[in-house]
Write a protein that binds this ligand. Structure first.
Ligand code: BTN
Length: 272
């Protein structure tokens, strides 16, 4: 595995961040890898990482998505990134890792394309109800028995509408939003910058700010949805989102059900 000098992302190699930033404090750009999440997990297991280390790839041969799905992206057409984070986080707030990934992606989308980005809780970023990015966070063990997080994000950048397989749920890209190709380098820089800001808030324990923005950016709140959760089908109106409790659904009889991140499917009546 070598750093990829020819990549559009090559200027990020080394230190991609401003001096006071944590995210991107060390950055690798790989030509091809099975999965940046797997690569990052190996660095963690060997103890060969710094906090905020970013691993980009131009190509993944075994890109991982949520719920055991795979993540596909044409070569050098997206942002495929894993970041190693080491916050001291109480168990109840673990969903904050996924949340800051989604918030940073949404910020990055809006900073490089004329688009309104929303978050389809817990981990999809959508534009006009089509998925443009996703988050996959994992906990990994360090050699000294500690734990840290690998936050993986995939963002569709220069993928034309007709390149998306017809048999997947609606998907989009920055190129489709902008009507022209978009610089992956600019998108990657915007993403690192925003992720650093959200990570700073997370480490400061400012969960209120994270939750408030999650609610503002939600594509679900106020809509009727159906989720599969722990073997049950629940239909009602998405009425709240919080880091600790997850998604609250208000049922037609006025009672409320709370679902954590382990929902196995989520569909909107009307578009989410
Ligand atoms: C999802 O929406 O299901 C999550 C997708 C996460 C994909 C990214 S691409 C970079 C990182 N490496 C992986 O193998 N997966 C994540």
């Amino acid at each position: 595995m070598t750093d990829f000098a020819q990549s559009e992302l090559a200027p990020l190699v080394g230190v991609a961040a401003p001096v006071d930033a944590t995210v991107g404090a060390r950055t690798l750009v790989l030509n091809s890898v099975d999965s940046t999440n797997i690569y990052a997990a190996e660095l963690v297991r060997k103890g060969e990482f710094v906090e905020g280390q970013a691993i980009f790839a131009d190509r993944q041969t075994d890109g991982r998505g949520r719920m055991g799905r795979s993540w596909h992206c044409p070569d050098a057409a997206g942002i495929l990134l894993s970041v190693i984070l080491t916050p001291d986080l109480a168990a109840a707030y673990l969903p904050a890792i996924t949340a800051i990934g989604a918030l940073a992606l949404a910020d990055a989308v809006e900073s490089v394309a004329p688009a309104e980005a929303r978050i389809r809780w817990p981990n999809d970023v959508v534009v006009d109800h089509a998925k443009i990015a996703g988050v996959l966070a994992r906990i990994e063990k360090t050699p000294d028995g500690g734990r840290c997080f690998v936050l993986g994000v995939g963002l569709n950048v220069n993928i034309a509408r007709e390149e998306f397989p017809p048999d997947i749920p609606p998907a989009t890209s920055l190129q489709v939003c902008a009507g022209r190709p978009v610089s992956r380098l600019e998108a990657a820089k915007a993403l690192l910058r925003s992720l650093d800001e959200w990570y700073r808030r997370l480490k400061a324990g400012d969960f209120g700010a994270i939750e408030a923005r999650l609610r503002e950016r939600s594509s679900l709140l106020g809509r009727e949805i159906t989720v599969e959760y722990r073997g049950e089908t629940i239909t009602g109106v998405a009425s709240d989102i919080s880091l600790v409790d997850g998604l609250t659904i208000t049922l037609p009889d006025g009672s409320a059900r709370v679902c954590h991140e382990s929902v196995t499917s989520l569909a909107g009546h009307g578009r989410t």
